[in-house]
Design a protein around this ligand. Structure first.
Ligand SMILES: C[S@@+](CC[C@H](N)C(=O)[O-])C[C@H]1O[C@@H](n2cnc3c(N)ncnc32)[C@H](O)[C@@H]1O
Length: 455
């Protein structure tokens, strides 16, 4: 890869623009967000730097060919036309992975098989010998995508999806993909220079990705890439990566602010703890069992980013959708009342926003796998803490729910809310506009709560 070549990084639906921003920051040129990913140009050094540092990219591909492919013969012919001998020696192993969209073929395995046959035949014709297939640890991974009759064939530079960071040793139910968690943190401009809290952390993906950002660790520092085993570029890639890895190690720092994860489930907290340990972030990330609808034991953390991915609920959830609305309402009371925290919430339940009863600053559609979600961002508010009286609920037309909504009931003030220390209040109000009497003035979060918002 001596010159700059056209590469394609895949991304979760809705994160393409975020990935494009990240790739430009990492030195890619001619960056263009496209459906399902981002096209860009990079030379070998730049591509490897991206492989090491991209937090949002799912796969890093080098597209070799794109062609019309009708029927089984069309697949074979399109694959046979690719100069595979430039990338594969007969002694090397390879694997083909195929994905289909709107295709006449129904089995991706069949498409992969046709491409494999064409590749093997071509190498035998040109070199007199064929390479072997190794689906477990191939030297060269080939990615085929068939959209309708349009076949694209690429080499997988990273060799495997980049979200496989290696720290998920104990998954829980419905974890976020590492790359989606990183995209959320990128979207809300988390740089590691403020405290971060996830009150429903599950397996800990958000707090771990935040930890990696905070310590400035390259997310893929501890993995080997497919390109390192390529017969063509392997030796050069390994030499470059040795330098890039050394630079990345020298770049690390201690996290300057605490990162806290909470979950009601002890099992989830234990899983998150194992994952945090595997990510080597025990010093940075603290995990505690706690209920997000009760006062969180935040310790000294009194400001920062609160980011979370609450349960979406489903048909089988106890209490159904009505129960979820009540839960979201309680979260709105508790989390929305925390002074000093800006909030970013990935919600996959359309009822969340109204039930949470705060008006977001921004909404961004994102897909968590097949589930359409919204990333809601809320400005920090000051002046009221979880123990104070509940906020005034919105007038009609605002995003706030009316209390007559089915499933919504005012939560009672819990008995265990501790009073806020006066010095704590002063700290919260330090940077807020003040009225002439010295009380905190309006700030966006307060106004937003009462007034109809732009929808
Ligand atoms: C969608 S999962 C979060 C997944 C997480 N982002 C991850 O990547 O693993 C929602 C989590 O919220 C937790 N949860 C539900 N109700 C809660 C409550 N009242 N307080 C704290 N955690 C709660 C569940 O135990 C679950 O782990």
């Amino acid at each position: 890869m001596p010159r700059r070549l056209p590469l394609f990084a895949t991304a979760a639906r809705g994160t393409e623009e975020l990935l494009a921003e990240e790739l430009a920051e990492l030195g890619a040129v001619r960056v263009r967000a496209d459906r399902g990913g981002v096209r860009f140009l990079a030379n070998l050094h730049e591509a490897l730097r991206i492989a090491l540092w991209s937090r949002i990219a799912m796969r890093l591909l080098w597209p070799l060919a794109e062609a019309e492919a009708h029927g089984a013969q069309g697949l074979y012919d399109a694959a046979h036309a690719v100069p595979w001998e430039e990338h594969l020696d007969p002694g090397a192993t390879f694997a083909v992975e195929a994905t289909l969209r709107d295709s006449e073929h129904t089995h991706s395995g069949f498409v992969a098989l046709k491409i494999k046959d064409a590749l093997v035949d071509r190498l035998r014709e040109r070199r007199g010998e064929r390479p072997d297939v190794d689906t477990r640890r191939p030297d060269v991974s080939i990615v085929a995508h068939l959209a309708g009759t349009r076949l694209s064939l690429s080499l997988d530079v990273a060799g495997a999806p980049l979200n496989q960071r290696g720290y998920r040793v104990r998954p829980t139910v419905a974890p976020l993909k590492e790359t989606l968690a990183a995209a959320i943190l990128h979207a809300v401009r988390y740089s590691g220079d403020e405290p971060l809290v996830d009150p429903m952390c599950g397996s800990g993906t958000l707090v771990i990705e935040a930890g990696l950002i905070a310590v400035r660790r390259a997310p893929n520092l501890h993995r080997r890439f497919g390109i390192e085993r390529w017969p063509s570029l392997g030796p050069e890639a390994r030499a470059i990566l040795e330098r890039l890895r050394a630079e990345a190690r020298a770049n690390e720092r201690r996290a300057p602010f605490p990162i806290r994860g909470f979950d009601r489930s002890t099992e989830a907290v234990e899983a998150a703890r194992a994952n945090v340990r595997a990510a080597r972030l025990e010093r940075e990330v603290t995990l505690t069992t706690a209920d997000a609808t009760r006062p969180l034991p935040l310790g000294e953390v009194d400001h920062g980013l609160l980011v979370t991915n609450p349960p979406y609920g489903d048909r089988l959830t106890q209490g159904g959708q009505k129960g979820m609305k009540t839960f979201y309402f309680q979260l709105g009371e508790r989390l929305g009342g925390l002074a000093g925290f800006r909030m970013a919430i990935l919600s996959g339940n359309p009822a969340f926003e109204a039930a949470f009863h705060h008006r977001p600053l921004r909404r961004r559609p994102l897909w968590n796998g097949p589930i359409e979600c919204t990333l809601l961002e809320y400005a920090p508010r000051a002046g009221r803490t979880p123990g104070d009286a509940p906020p005034h609920h919105g007038r009609s037309g605002s995003a706030a729910p009316r209390l007559s909504d089915p499933g919504l009931a005012p939560t009672e003030k819990p008995a265990d809310v501790s009073p806020v220390r006066p010095e704590h209040r002063r700290e919260e109000h330090r940077d807020q506009p003040r009225r002439s009497d010295g009380s905190p003035g309006d700030e966006p979060g307060d106004r937003d709560r009462d007034e109809p918002g732009e929808q």
